[in-house]
Design a protein around this ligand. Structure first.
Ligand code: THU
Length: 137
């Protein structure tokens, strides 16, 4: 499936307007393309308990799962200026679960794969490897 990156970036930028970021004043918007063609979105939602802030990616993954699940093919997130930013480390892990190594991600250095931005990722394969081993013994 062709990825309309301009449309995804535009949607992500729109989402920055919905962000709840009264503490950092750093709104983030995210948009992703699911394999069935759905566009899923998220924005950051901060909290007076700073540590429980939800990144834009959390909302996007929730939108994906609540809307029927499926695999993510492409993802981008932007700041309030519309500039492409990288997901934080925790959110790369979230994206890995639902996009896997081949998911395309818009980065300041151009479009890359998840495998490039999260090398040697921990994932479900690691869990399965041990579970399968335990079943044999
Ligand atoms: N933020 C995101 O929404 N996604 C990221 O990947 C990086 C950081 C948000 C969290 C916080 O509300 C604000 O940006 C400043 O860290």
């Amino acid at each position: 499936m062709d990825v309309n990156w301009e449309a995804l970036r535009r949607r992500a930028r729109e989402l920055t307007k919905r962000a709840y970021a009264p503490y950092s004043h750093f709104p983030v918007g995210a948009a992703g393309l699911a394999e069935d063609g759905r566009v899923v979105v998220g924005c950051n939602v901060e909290n007076a308990g700073y540590g429980v802030t939800l990144c834009a990616e959390c909302g996007l993954i929730s939108d994906l799962v609540a809307g029927g699940g499926g695999h993510l093919l492409a993802f981008c997130c932007v700041d309030a200026m519309g500039t492409t930013i990288m997901p934080c480390g925790r959110c790369r892990q979230l994206l890995w679960e639902h996009g896997g190594p081949t998911m395309l991600i818009d980065t300041p250095a151009g479009v890359q794969t998840m495998a490039e931005v999260l090398p040697q990722a921990f994932g479900i394969d690691d869990l399965d490897r041990v579970t399968n081993q335990q079943e044999k013994s």
